[in-house]
Write a protein that binds this ligand. Structure first.
Ligand SMILES: CC(=O)N[C@H]1[C@@H](OP(=O)(O)OP(=O)(O)OC[C@H]2O[C@@H](n3ccc(=O)[nH]c3=O)[C@H](O)[C@@H]2O)O[C@H](CO)[C@@H](O)[C@@H]1O[C@H](C)C(=O)N[C@@H](C)C(=O)N[C@H](CCC(=O)O)C(=O)O
Ligand SMILES: Nc1ncnc2c1ncn2[C@@H]1O[C@H](COP(=O)(O)OP(=O)(O)OP(=O)(O)O)[C@@H](O)[C@H]1O
Ligand SMILES: N[C@H](CCC[C@H](N)C(=O)O)C(=O)O
Ligand SMILES: [Mg+2]
Length: 487
């Protein structure tokens, strides 16, 4: 319970109608969740305008309405607060409602197209190993120190974020590592949070359905750094062409990491094998268990953050060398038949290219690389042909299949992926609509020594078709099937 006036600090208010001494139970932005004495924030969404649900919210018991426009008829028993921006107001009120937990621990945000989950998870594990109470908000899972919760979004809404941060403060957490998605920044889910640091990984093709141009996508990411306070650090990958752009207008202290360029934190790949990477990080040699040159970027970013947060260098490197792969990211096993299966969350062209290049770099002979891949429905359509082209260029055999078709026709998605395949690569491709059958086909085609890559779903344990999620787990499927071959 909070008095409304106590959660309005820093909210840009244009007008108030009614009393701000009212007690509220909780803040909601979905009228369907309203209970008595709640505060309802009306947001303009992509499909609905939340202002249309103000009456419903009041009927269900809302006592306070936060909106960008007052309704025509005002209810005398309700307080109306007209704000400049509902999304921003929601985030600031959520932070105030939970007593600004982000300023009571050290919160680090990780943004960029690929690598956020990997870096955030490695940092969580590293700081746990170093003896700190630690939190994690990621695509895969949420941790309040040792307590685990299901993740719903990469960056959840501001009420959820602040409620987890509140739990973390109560549990005595020192550091929290969170993924900051472009949707999250754009919808102001992270506004009002106090960040101790921000990390930028890279920017490649994704979400061009949501952000209409690449420049807009980049500028949204940049705004995260623009809003960091002076006391924070910003750590960016300057091998990426937009790395310096992120630093242009930030007040935060500026640090860089790289593999190819001079940087504050620099890694050099000495060896790249299936068993891991041998790296020189700021002149210190270290073996790590993660695979692929893209993971050298992730690891040097992790090392950089560890240094900026005060871990001792040798201790940090020793602990980093013990870290295992993140679930669904280059997760692999070899069957008794000698077939290598790799499950990877590559769902963007760049990630797919990196993973396939890594596989091609570390394979030793003429083994086949058999890729099973699809693209999500109701998401960026422009990446489909690009992923089709990359998969067929870098594999011996490709099986296009379904990956969360959502409300789209799965065969149409596959047809769009196939338009990117060059004529001379057609013969390498097959299309098998059902993902289980596609994986089965891959296992039938594979011989001893061959590599099967199942891309796009990583840790996901469902297949989403027309709003319904049914259980599906790439790792579970391939391990059952390869076991079947062994029998
Ligand atoms: C595309 C997108 O980001 N959509 C988000 C957006 O939904 P929307 O604009 O469609 O909302 P809407 O349905 O039009 O509704 C508008 C408003 O009316 C309210 N409403 C609606 C119906 C009703 O009966 N009553 C009511 O009050 C809604 O609660 C909302 O406040 O605003 C909603 C409320 O804030 C979000 O929950 C929703 O995220 C959806 C669930 C989503 O799937 N988002 C994904 C794409 C996402 O955010 N992904 C990123 C990861 C991306 C990455 O890989 O980097 C993430 O951070 O997870
Ligand atoms: N630093 C990197 N650069 C390029 N590709 C990467 C990098 N790290 C991971 N990848 C690839 O991208 C995939 C997704 O990695 P990860 O889950 O860490 O990214 P993410 O940014 O969290 O993605 P999402 O936007 O879905 O949350 C991995 O499975 C791998 O194929
Ligand atoms: N965070 C990403 C995940 C994509 C994963 C892929 N399996 C899909 O469902 O499209 C998104 O929402 O675009
Ligand atoms: Mg992620």
């Amino acid at each position: 319970m909070k008095v409304v006036k106590d959660i309005l600090y820093k909210v840009r208010i244009n007008a108030i109608q009614g009393s701000t001494e009212v007690l509220i139970n909780s803040i909601q932005f979905d009228s369907r969740k309203i209970q008595s004495n709640d505060l309802f924030v009306a947001q303009k969404g992509l499909i609905f305008d939340g202002h249309k649900f103000i009456d419903t919210a009041i009927k269900l018991g809302a006592k306070v309405i936060v909106c960008e426009e007052f309704p025509i008829d005002l209810d005398a028993n309700v307080t109306y607060i007209k704000v400049e921006d509902s999304n921003e107001a929601l985030a600031i009120m959520a932070a105030n409602f939970y007593d600004n937990p982000s300023s009571k621990l050290k919160l680090i945000g990780i943004t960029g197209t690929n690598g956020k989950t990997t870096i955030a998870t490695l940092l969580y594990k590293l700081f746990k190993k170093a003896g700190f109470k630690t939190g994690l908000l990621s695509t895969v899972t949420v941790f309040v120190d040792n307590q685990q919760f299901n993740a719903t979004h990469t960056t959840p809404d501001s009420i959820v974020i602040n409620s987890y941060l509140y739990k973390m403060v109560e549990a005595g957490v020192d550091f929290c590592f969170m993924e900051v998605s472009s949707h999250g920044i754009h919808q102001k889910r992270t506004t009002g949070l106090h960040f101790e640091g921000g990390v930028y990984t890279n920017l490649t093709h994704d979400h061009l359905d949501y952000h209409s141009t690449f420049k807009e996508y980049r500028d949204v990411k940049k705004s995260f750094f623009d809003n960091l306070p002076k006391s924070a650090f910003s750590l960016v990958n300057i091998d990426d062409k937009n790395g310096m752009v992120m630093l242009q207008n930030t007040q935060a202290k500026k640090y860089t990491y790289a593999l190819k360029t001079m940087a504050d934190y620099k890694a050099k790949i000495l060896e790249n094998q299936f068993s891991g990477l041998f790296l020189a990080i700021n002149e210190n040699e270290v073996w790590i268990k993660l695979i692929g040159s893209f993971n050298a970027y992730n690891v040097v970013a992790v090392y950089g953050v560890s240094q900026l947060l005060g871990l001792e260098s040798t201790e940090a490197l020793t602990l980093i060398s013990e870290l295992e792969n993140v679930s669904g990211r280059f997760q692999h096993f070899t069957s008794n038949e000698g077939i290598i299966a790799i499950i990877d969350y590559a769902h963007t062209p760049d990630a797919l290219k990196n993973v396939l290049e890594t596989i091609n770099d570390i394979r030793t002979g003429n083994e086949q690389v058999i890729t099973v891949v699809g693209c999500g429905g109701n998401r960026d359509k422009a990446k489909r042909p690009v992923m089709g082209r990359i998969a067929s260029q870098l594999s011996t055999q490709v099986i296009f299949t379904s990956d969360n078709p959502r409300n789209e026709d799965p065969q149409t998605i596959i047809n769009q992926i196939e338009t990117g395949v060059e004529a001379h690569n057609y013969k390498k491709t097959l299309s098998v609509l059902d993902r289980e059958q596609a994986i089965k086909t891959a296992t039938k085609l594979a011989k001893k020594g061959d590599i099967i890559l199942i891309a796009g779903k990583g840790h996901e344990t469902y297949q989403e078709v027309k709003g319904e999620r049914s259980h599906f787990d790439d790792y579970e499927k391939i391990s059952q099937l390869l076991k079947a071959i062994e029998n």
